[in-house]
Write a protein that binds this ligand. Structure first.
Ligand SMILES: Cc1cc2nc3c(=O)[nH]c(=O)nc-3n(C[C@H](O)[C@H](O)[C@H](O)COP(=O)(O)O)c2cc1C
Length: 362
């Protein structure tokens, strides 16, 4: 088998995007069971949690699923950087009535240990974001029976993954919610829209491409496949699903989203990510270049965001969402993918009629 064959064999070529903070095994299982492919967001899991969580998914579905890891760099804050960052956050913590955290010993789970746990669990598919595996790491996963997907935001990043031996590319367009996955260029050079990105990556590498970013319903699914993607990956479209773990204020903000509510920000985590703009993003905008790089700032704002969610306050937590969040709808994830696929079929039928008519009149 190949990854291309696996994607082609899915009854519905819709992948649920891994979403740290908004998805766990429940959503993964629901999407895989309905005929798409769920992806477990394992980026924030401790290495020891990865095997059991993958085991829990396996126990509930025999269908293919993926697991995603975030390749956080080793945190090496400069002297005084953490103190300065905490001082900047102090008024926000004070507003919520809690003390800022002490300087943590660890800023993110150890990637190498997470990777070992992933290889040992050998899920059908593994995807990676924020950096690139070495060819030896890719081979280790493939030898364990796992297909490797690399997230790319430019054609150059897709080429780099192809050279590392990956089985497929997730093309993450500018529209996408959550963190940007760029790892070669700077942010400005890595903001390519899904339509341009899928087409250029298709032309750059001979690997199956998964289209991600701004796909919200059947029309987007059909568009991604028409561009040559082997499957599409949707995140924001699942934020309001019953199985997502989206917090109550986040859900409310997504459900009430207006036309163009999202912005990119570095202020919450030290890495650019797209979310619905709120007071924290607005007021921190001017200093976002000064905050420590991911994962340091991410760790330092974690208690703030958790407390804000608990206090039902959408203004101080990260409301990650893609540009088309206004189209998000509630429902059961399985029903959603089945109706998107039916809608994609209708769209394809309509296009077939239209293109035939165009040719007949030539
Ligand atoms: C709330 C949220 C969390 C996300 N977390 C992750 C993650 O843990 N790993 C990852 O590779 N991508 C993550 N993403 C990005 C998705 O993989 C995908 O690129 C994006 O959802 C596609 O665009 P869309 O949101 O417009 O569908 C996240 C996206 C959202 C909305």
């Amino acid at each position: 088998m190949s990854l291309a064959a696996l994607l082609d064999s899915l009854p519905i070529p819709i992948l649920q995007a891994p979403m740290v903070g908004a998805s766990l095994d429940e959503l993964t299982v629901a999407v895989s069971e309905a005929g798409g492919m769920g992806t477990l967001a394992a980026g924030a899991l401790a290495p020891a949690e990865i095997g059991p969580t993958i085991g829990a998914v396996r126990a509930r579905t025999s269908r293919p699923f993926g697991v995603n890891l975030l390749m956080a760099p080793k945190a090496e804050p400069e002297a005084g950087e953490v103190d300065a960052a905490l001082a900047r956050l102090a008024p926000w913590y004070a507003e919520l009535g809690i003390a800022p955290p002490e300087t943590p010993n660890q800023f993110a789970p150890d990637f190498d240990a997470q990777f070992d746990a992933l290889v040992a669990a050998a899920p059908p598919v593994a995807s990676f974001t924020f950096a690139i595996l070495t060819p030896a790491q890719v081979k280790r996963l493939q030898a364990a029976g796992t297909y490797v997907v690399g997230t790319a935001t430019t054609a150059a990043e897709a080429r780099a993954w192809a050279e590392a031996g990956a089985d497929g590319i997730c093309a993450q367009g500018f529209e996408a919610g959550g963190h940007r996955g760029h790892f070669l260029g700077d942010i400005d050079g890595s903001l390519v829209g899904t339509m341009a990105l899928v087409a250029t990556i298709r032309a750059a590498v001979d690997l199956p491409v998964i289209a991600a970013g701004g796909i919200m319903e059947g029309r987007g699914v059909a568009a991604g496949l028409a561009l040559g993607a082997a499957a599409v990956q949707m995140g924001t479209a699942f934020l309001l699903s019953d199985e997502a773990t989206t917090s109550t204020p986040w859900r409310r903000a997504a459900a009430a989203a207006t036309d163009d509510p999202t912005r990119l920000t570095r202020a919450f985590t030290g890495r650019y990510a797209r979310g619905i703009e709120n007071r924290f993003m607005r007021l921190m905008h001017g200093v976002q270049d000064d905050v420590p790089a991911y994962p340091v700032q991410n760790r330092l704002t974690q208690p703030l965001r958790a407390a804000a969610a608990k206090a039902d306050d959408p203004e101080m937590l990260s409301l990650w969402a893609g540009q088309a969040v206004r189209l998000a709808r509630p429902g059961r994830a399985g029903d959603m993918i089945r109706s998107w696929w039916a809608e994609a079929a209708e769209v394809a039928e309509g296009l077939a009629v239209r293109t035939r008519r165009g040719q007949e009149t030539e």
